[in-house]
Every structure is written in C-alpha cells, then in structure tokens.
Design a protein around this ligand. Structure first.
Ligand code: GDP
Ligand code: MN
Length: 381
C-alpha cells in the first residue's frame, strides 16, 4: 500500500525526524490561507502515489500567498503518471545547502532491511546507482539488533564530513529504521535529506510503502489508505479479493496461482506480447471471482485479447468455465478470448464451454502464442 508524503511525514515526525510543518489543501484558496498563516516562501506539493513529482511540475515554490494560490490551482489540475492530483501539501520552504538521499528497502536476497544512503540526493537515485554507484553506500541491518549506533555513524559519515551533521544524520537514520519497522513498511525514503545554510539536517520529502500483509495487524496504518488516489481497477480487485496489478500491455491475463501467473506473464513476453495485468484468482475459485476478474480486465481499454490460464488442482475448472459463461452473458466480450485449462473436472469444463460456443486449449505454450497473436494482430505461428 502506498501512502502520501504528508502521511509518511506524520509518521516520521512521531519518530523524531526533523521535518518542517505542513498542511493539506484541496482547493487553491485553502493553499493561499495556509501560505498566509506561515508567512514567507512556501512549497506547494502534489500528493499523489507517484515519484518524480518535481520533474512533472508537481512541486513549486511560492513567494507570496497569491502565488501559492496560483501554483496550487495549476498543480490541482495536473495528472502525474495518469493519477489526478486531488490534494496539495503546503509547507514553509527551507533553504537548502546540500541534498542527500536516505532510504530503506526490504532486500529479498539477504532477507534483511537494507539501508541505502547517498550524498548525491534530490535527483533520481536510480540514475546515481547506474552512473556513479560508488556514491551509494548500502548496509544490511540485522533484524535482531536494529541499526546500531556505530553503524548509523558509519552511514552518517558517508553523507557528511562534518561530525555534527554526521551525528544528526545517524540519529535520523535510526529514527527512520524505527518508523520503517513500526509501520510494516517495505520501503521508507527521505529524498532529499538536506542540510540548511545554518548546518541543520532535515527531511524535506518522505515516502513510504507498506507491506499489504502487515495491514491486518496495524489498523492505524491500514486506515491511511486513500482509495481515491489508487488505480480504480486495483481497488475493484481488492474488493473482489483478487490479487491484481495493472500493467501497460494489451494481453489481459486471468490465472490461478501466483507462480503460474508469473510464468504466464513471462511466456507472454517471450512470445513478443506485453501483459496488461497480473491477476491471480486464487486457489479455490468460485464462478463469481471469474466474473469480477473479467469485469476488471475488460474495463481496461488497452486490452486487445484475454488469456485464461487455469491449472485445476484445488481450483475446479468447471467453476472457472461457469464463471466465464456467466460473465460473457452479462457483458459480451468485445475482444477475443483464449482459454487454456487442464486438471480437475476438465471434461465438465470443456462441455460447459462448448455448449456455450466457446472452446479451450490444453497446451499453455499454444494458448499464449495464440493470445499474443490476437492482441498484436499478427498471424498465429
Ligand atoms: P519529488 O520530486 O516527488 O521527489 O519531490 P521532492 O519533495 O523531493 O521535491 C523535489 C525537489 O524540490 C527537491 O529535490 C528540492 O530541490 C526541491 N524542494 C522541495 N522542497 C523544498 C524546499 O523546502 N525548499 C527548496 N528550496 N526547495 C525544495
Ligand atoms: Mn523526493
């Protein structure tokens, strides 16, 4: 789950990280009056679940309340990576001497939380990693002990030569780690972590991604979800209990089991196609899940062909077949459908499908090739 910058800042502040104050506005006038209450220059920042807001025109300095109103009006009209901006954060502008990066991610290989810090912050950290990897220091944390003081100091000195600043950074990194653990996060990031001309170290941006599997035990964090800022299809899928991730391709995929869904996406790419989504209808299917899945996939105008790949174990393929038939009766398909199914009750499933004018294949390779060909308009090999 993504949360907004202002929400992440709230959490970081609770853990002691120095962050300038800020307030949320949903209209240009509100932004103006917040700017007025702070006096001086403010920063108006789009609150959307997308990175690179600065580059997209979603972060603007405003010297006067009138200017804050104007830039807020512009930003509230923006779409950043397809997501409409509905809120802005208004915060007093800090004077910046240097910009650094500090982040923590869960590293699957080492099975640990890994810190990444770089004195070259403020811009895309991916670019720093690609072009000047020696400007990034990585450090895996032993979950039994957390980030120890001496480790934090090592990271602090990688960021700053000045002892006082290195110490301030070390403290912030330990606070960031505490926030990360307490929130069930899979990512926590400060970019930029700045020094001011007077030598203070403060966080000007905050990003946090929460592991969905932590939400049940962390109701306060779960309550931070802002559905109006999420991809609509992903919200619908969550409500229908489907694991769904929207992608940019044109082959809609309905698969049972996460592993098979990944393999299906790999194969779609292998045969020159691009998956439109990841979708796992789960082990124990019922027809309703299939109906919901098809509704979500067909609402994506990019989808040019739909591929079912069902390996019936606990999943009964006749349930899936019934779901497909019901869904199509409710809402006739406008794009071609390729069904591959084998396993539990496949004879019954085939009968249901053929009685309703549909057909199914048993070979996964053939089915994927056919779906890709239909989506791209090329000949079936
Ligand atoms: P992002 O582009 O979505 O990561 O948004 P950021 O909050 O990181 O802002 C992008 C850039 O705007 C930063 O790297 C800073 O250079 C600048 N910026 C953000 N806040 C301030 C501020 O308070 N004062 C000044 N002078 N610049 C700021
Ligand atoms: Mn940033």
């Amino acid at each position: 789950m993504n949360i907004h910058e202002y929400q992440a800042k709230e959490i970081f502040r609770k853990h002691g990280i120095p962050i300038p104050p800020g307030e949320i506005a949903i209209t240009a006038e509100e932004a103006e009056s917040i700017a007025m209450s702070y006096g001086g220059t403010v920063v108006v920042k789009a609150q959307v679940h997308a990175g690179g807001r600065g580059k997209a025109g979603g972060v603007k300095l405003a010297k006067t309340p009138e200017e804050a109103k104007k830039v807020a009006r512009d930003i509230l009209k923006l779409k950043i990576k397809d997501l409409p901006v509905q809120k802005v954060l208004v915060t007093p502008a800090a004077d910046i001497a240097t910009e650094a990066y500090a982040g923590i991610i869960v590293d699957r290989a080492s099975k640990k939380a890994v810190f990444m810090v770089s004195p070259a912050g403020g811009i895309d950290i991916e670019e720093v990693a690609a072009k000047t990897p020696d400007k990034i220091l990585r450090h895996a944390v032993d979950p039994r002990y957390g980030l120890q003081g001496f480790e934090a100091m090592q990271l602090g000195f990688f960021l700053y030569k000045d002892v006082k600043q290195a110490r301030a950074a070390a403290k912030i990194l330990q606070q960031l780690y505490a926030a990360f653990v307490a929130s069930g996060a899979s990512l926590a990031e400060i970019n930029p972590l700045v020094t001011t001309p007077t030598g203070e170290v403060i966080a000007l941006d905050a990003k946090m991604v929460v592991d969905d599997n932590e939400l049940d035990r962390l109701p306060e964090i779960a309550a931070l979800r802002d559905e109006s800022s999420e991809e609509r299809s992903e919200v619908a899928a969550r409500e229908a209990n489907l694991t769904f991730i929207k992608l940019d391709g044109n082959v809609g995929c309905v698969v049972n089991g996460a592993g098979l869904a990944m393999a299906t996406m790999d194969l779609v790419k292998y045969y020159g196609g691009e998956p439109a989504n990841f979708l796992d209808i789960g082990g124990s299917s019922n027809p309703e899940k299939v109906v919901n899945a098809l509704r979500i996939i067909t609402s994506d105008p990019n989808v040019k062909a739909i591929l079912f790949n069902i390996f019936g174990g606990i999943t009964r393929t006749d349930d899936v077949a019934n779901g497909i038939v019901t869904a199509i009766k409710e809402n006739p398909l406008k794009v071609p459908l390729v069904i591959r199914l084998t396993g539990t009750n496949e004879e019954i499933a085939l009968k249901i499908l053929t009685e309703n004018g549909l057909s199914a294949m048993t070979d996964m390779d053939e089915a994927v090739k056919k779906a890709v060909a239909l989506a791209t308009g090329s000949k079936v090999a």
